[in-house]
Ligand binder design. Structure first.
Ligand code: HMG
Ligand code: MG
Length: 308
């Protein structure tokens, strides 16, 4: 039997947060419903961040409330886990108000780059980690799992290359908080097989990739069409959990850069879940994902983000 790899689709969160317009709530809910039919192991639904910072996801509570009408997500039918992004205690308080039948996990996020941390969360790395303490405690109290993202694990849009040891150091700080999962984000898709592998070897020293106590997920953006290389390198090193986004939507609005000519370079999209699943299958591993159902979700994702 081929070994199984876990797939999370983050398109309703990472995908839609980077769209120039706000997608109607009903369209987001339909995307989530189509993803629930694909067999992905987890769907990242939305964010409880400041609506001033990310207006695209200001309807987080309404999105989750609407899931009550989605048949494949009904508590008796549901096979995938559901998660939301939470930056601080305030976001956690909002997340805890939703129906717990539709929430299994909260995802906190920090970075291996100080400049990116400031731009994305108005806080130093250490300050973000302090903010997570009450979030992790509340998650424990309410039976929720905690995923912890580290952004800029290969490079930062503002600082350039990031040394693998810096990533390992932040991973250690997060493990000391007692998180259930680490998620390593190549936020601007700067990595290739070698730099991803170097970074993973450094993380492996503090969080064993192969059947360690804390699962390590890889979250790749696909700027230079090298993300599939990174997936293959990670599989070789023992990573068995990956994030993708249908139709390759995605990107952090706070990773956008101004070019010398004054134009803004938007943050790049995630590896598409379609390419991710194909790459994993071609490497000889299994997933629970049905590629045809994934194509339907990707077609809808493309439809809702195109200019109206
Ligand atoms: P701040 O402005 O420093 O917050 O933002 P504050 O604590 O000073 O509060 C200011 C106001 O915001 C207050 O309201 C708070 O109540 C409110 P006021 O008194 O002015 O009316 N506030 C909130 N409102 C709703 N929800 C909240 C919340 N917190 C405070 N949770 C903060 C700090 C972290 C909130 C802000 O910087 C923020 O929301 N940042 C999020 C940015 C973001 O979502 N980025 C994209 C996600 S990360 C990503 O994409 C990377 C990833 O994909 C991995 C990878 O690719 O690398 C995960
Ligand atoms: Mg991302």
């Amino acid at each position: 039997m081929p070994e199984r790899v876990r797939i999370t689709d983050v398109s309703p969160r990472d995908g839609l947060q980077n769209e120039p317009g706000v997608i109607p709530t009903a369209d987001k809910v339909r995307l989530i419903a189509l993803l629930a039919d694909t067999g992905v192991d987890e769907i990242e639904l939305t964010s409880f961040v400041s609506p001033k910072w990310v207006p695209q996801l200001a309807d987080a509570t309404a999105v989750i409330a609407a899931l009550a009408g989605v048949e494949p997500l009904a508590p008796d039918n549901r096979r995938c886990q559901l998660s939301v992004l939470v930056p601080n205690e305030k976001g956690m308080a909002e997340a805890l108000k939703v129906d717990h039948d539709y929430l299994d996990k909260v995802s906190v996020f920090t970075a291996a780059s100080e400049t990116f941390s400031q731009r994305n969360t108005n806080a130093t790395i250490d300050q973000t980690i302090e903010r997570f303490r009450p979030v992790v405690a509340a998650a424990r109290e309410h039976g929720l799992l905690v995923r912890a993202y580290i952004s800029c694990v290969v490079a930062c849009p503002f600082e350039g290359p990031i040394a693998p040891d810096r990533v390992a150091r932040v991973a250690e700080q997060l493990l000391a908080l007692g998180v259930d999962e680490l998620d390593l984000g190549d936020t601007i898709g700067a990595g290739d097989a070698r730099t991803i592998a170097d970074m993973l070897r450094a993380v492996d020293r503090v969080a064993p990739l192969r059947a360690g106590p804390v699962p390590v997920t890889l979250h790749l953006h696909d700027t230079f069409a090298r993300a599939a290389e990174g997936v293959r390198a990670a599989l070789d090193l023992g990573v068995r959990s990956f994030d993708g986004s249908v139709a390759g939507l995605g990107g952090c609005p706070y990773a956008a850069r101004k070019l010398p000519d004054g134009q803004t370079l938007r943050a790049p999209g995630n590896i598409s879940t379609e390419l991710l699943v194909r790459t994993v299958h071609e490497a000889g591993y299994a997933t629970n994902v049905l590629p045809d159902a994934l194509e339907l979700a990707a077609a809808w994702a493309r439809q809702i983000v195109k200019p109206r």
